[in-house]
Ligand binder design. Structure first.
Ligand SMILES: Cc1ncc(COP(=O)(O)O)c(C=O)c1O
Length: 393
């Protein structure tokens, strides 16, 4: 079936963080103005309708009219769907026993930290990176160790020498790898993945790989799951239907841990967790019946990204921005305007009335003057937002 991603769907009044939590954003200092005319292009979910088979599966759950406690461990189709998705799309073989349900990827990061490190231990991340990586480390009283990514003309690579040095410190016990990387949009190559995994294994640093954006990839790029290219167990791989099928509100992540001892320790720390009947039904439909939707969604996102890149080149050439290899995120460098970050924010958030996400959320030290935009929405809204922004510069 052909999906219409240009459809206008009003998300206001649907408990949406992106569309309904404006007042909170202002209180937290993440926005300065919110009214009926505000265009929110922050938080990484999409304004696109879910695939038809997922909607039908959810309707069947509703029509049953009872929503009692549920248990995915008695649903073979749940595991078959996860296994089938990663095998047919990426050649990655997972066994049923290796799959642990957790209600959210950020939750999984926290469980991993608490299960395998002690207070004061170092956890390596690569800034600029998804804010809750830092938040998880701070909340659990671990030490944030930054292996700063290297940037050249908006394209990011890894500083292996620095990574090796940080991994060698016996105080540093874990690494969070974002693959594909939010916000810089890199899809790491097999060589890059193997190098990272090799450094971690050599130095006994437990690798936790967040692959939640792995299915949202440009047409000419290939995503490689870490475990499919680097046979360097032990490691913890976080997968989810949340981003791929726009199901974040159902909070359905599957954590893949091949090493039995590691898996049992993780399970013991996670405690009892079970997906809702909605999440179970949605996951089975999504992973088994929605490849065509994912293909069309990726085409649409490719188009959105290309439109913004062309627009920036023509109308705002001082904004530096590389084409992301994956994710629906653009990481834009506004420093070419030579303006203080506050002034950039005032022009975008207040005068243009568009909410983005400030660079400092991803890297408080080096990303002042950067802004992240999420392009998982209808093109007409993106066009209006960028027209408004361009008028202010
Ligand atoms: C890299 C990354 N990991 C995790 C999450 C959140 O995942 P979840 O909703 O499964 O907790 C996001 C959401 O933006 C993300 O970008």
């Amino acid at each position: 079936m052909k999906y219409d991603f240009d459809e206008v769907i009003d998300r206001r009044g649907t408990y949406s963080i992106k569309w309904d939590s404006g007042e909170q954003l202002i209180r937290k200092g993440l926005a300065v103005r919110v009214d009926d005319d505000t265009i929110p292009l922050f938080t990484a979910d999409m304004d696109l309708a879910c695939p038809q088979p997922v909607l039908e599966a959810l309707r069947r759950v509703v029509d049953h009219r009872i929503f009692g406690y549920s248990d995915c461990t008695v649903v073979p189709e749940y595991y078959e769907a996860v296994i089938s998705w990663f095998h047919r799309r990426y050649g990655w073989q997972i066994e049923k026993d290796e799959i642990l349900y957790v209600n959210g990827t950020v939750e999984a990061l926290q469980i991993a930290v608490e299960a395998f490190t002690q207070e004061g231990d170092g956890i390596i991340i690569q800034r600029p990176v998804y804010g809750p990586f830092s938040g998880t480390i701070d909340n659990t009283h671990r030490k944030l160790i930054n292996n700063q990514l290297l940037e050249h003309e908006g394209y990011y690579t890894i500083n292996y020498e620095d990574l090796e040095q940080k991994a060698r410190d016996p105080q540093n016990k874990m690494m969070f790898l974002c693959s594909p990387h939010n916000p810089v949009g890199r899809v790491w190559t097999p060589e890059e993945l193997r190098k990272i995994a090799g450094i971690c294994r050599k130095n006994d640093v437990l690798l936790v790989v967040d692959e939640i954006h792995g299915d949202i990839i440009r047409k000419d790029v290939r995503f490689y799951p870490m475990a499919a290219v680097a046979d360097t167990d032990p490691m913890i791989i976080c997968t989810a239907v949340n981003k791929t099928f726009n199901l974040a509100g159902l909070q359905c992540s599957n954590i893949i841990i091949k090493d039995p001892e590691l898996r049992e320790t993780f399970r013991a720390h996670a405690g009892y967790r079970a997906p809702t009947p909605f999440a179970i039904a949605a996951l089975i439909a999504a992973y088994q019946e929605c490849d065509d939707w994912v293909g069309q969604m990726n085409d649409y996102i490719d188009g959105n990204i290309q439109w913004v890149l062309d627009f920036l080149k023509e109308r705002m050439p001082k904004v530096k921005c590389a084409r992301p290899e994956g994710t629906y995120i653009l990481w834009m460098d506004f420093r070419g305007y030579g303006l203080p970050a506050e002034e950039i924010r005032d022009r975008i958030y207040n005068r243009a009335n568009v909410i983005l996400e400030a660079g400092s959320v991803f890297d408080p030290e080096y990303a002042e003057g950067y802004e992240r935009v999420c392009l998982g929405t209808r093109r007409s809204l993106i066009q209006e937002a960028f027209e408004r922004i361009a008028r202010q510069f």
